[in-house]
Design a protein. Sequence first.
Length: 495
Amino acid sequence: MKRIICLLLALLLAAGTLAACAEKTGPETGAAADTSADPSGSAGQGSETEEQRLTPDIPDEDFQGYEFNVLTRGTGSSTWYSRDIYAEAVTGDIISDAVYSRNKAVEEKYHFTVVETGSDTPQEDALKAAGSGLDIYGMYCFRIKDHMTSLVLQGYVRDLNGIDRIDLDRPYYDRNSRNNFSIDNKLFLVTGDLLTMDNDATRCCLFNKEIFEERRIADLVGGTLYDLTERGEWTLEAMAACAGNATSDANGDGVMGLEDKWGMVSEQFNALAFCNAAGIMLFEKDADDIPVFTGNNEQTLSVLSDIVTMLNQDYCRHYSNAYNEAIPQFKDGLVLFYPAQLADVPLLRAMEFNFGIVPLPKLTKDQDSYHSPVTTYGSNCIAVPSAAVEPERSGSIIEALSCESMYVVTPAYFEVSLKSRLSRDADSAKSVDIILNTAVFELAYMWNLAGIYSSICTAFNNNQPSLAAQFKSASKVAKSEINRMVDSIRTSVKE
């Protein structure tokens, strides 16, 4: 469904419906897509009729004023807080109003209310609630990483496969999250249209279009970045060539610093993210749906070595805090490439310089598709507490909210994402489509099994490209840790 919405927006952009004024410093003048209209029509076709619109396959029940309490992330972070579960009233904020409309439509049909418990320590609160055995929450919705590292292993969330009212084959659940999160044929959490923070946490590459044009980089790599992306030729090699051509000592002091022009800025997570984008996942599943560490091989070690080397070239500046370093630099027009997440896009609305968006690059043009890693630190998920006395009731509400979100919240999210400076650029809408439909979740990051992710970060920070020794020693440790993890799940799971 997200693909349909984004393709529709791309067509509108191309037609000029969402086009902003061409002046670099002028205000946005284009009208965004009307989210009050039915957004479910596919590109090139008319809107779906009511008969064609999906409805949840659940009983038409009366929940008699039940309060569906969702434990979410509080506002301790200005970026990573839940805003897709509850809205008190219509305020004019596009996403908030969509959430409000979705909730009201479903609440009125099934006679319940959504209640949000926002917490800056939701994992701790969930553990306390689980320990008490009290039926406090109907759903958990906070960081994937927090769920995976404690709640799943202790049996505090239910196997969604065992909740009949949740139809995981429906298009409003993300298939990639299902495939990546399942363990031993059990699925404890999932992402989908009910949420927006999984989109926010998806990795992309922002680029300064003016630097690209000023340096005539298209001549160097054989086209614009959109051309390369469409042809499947947007690769790590092409990125390195572009970045190397864009670096200069702008202030002339002989020392590269914050005031100079850089080909790229990067944090340590990108070493793993670029590896995933290259089509390499460090953990795969065996025939029994058990994770297996597959990173200790010549190809993976070679690719990681090349990535660490690339990210330590003179054209790449390392940073530890995006909000204090990378984003200000990019906004000031001093960086060609900023590998980021989609959550950063709305923060750049005031940027004077034109920028665009593409997926993270492939390894080679022969790679089957682009891959867009999701940081499980940023992304939330859907989970049902084991303490929920009536899990089917939670299932019905989740199903109804998810279905309605597909028609209300998802189009609102795309309007916000693409209504910034990117709304001048139809190709960026196509890129967002690619990015969100190629999302992948790396188990090495979720659990840091055998310290593998830590080893990659150390390699990045110390410019030590070879990980052969670390991965060799990690192989046995990872297998042992996975066995313990699976045993824990098997003994504690509640269906």
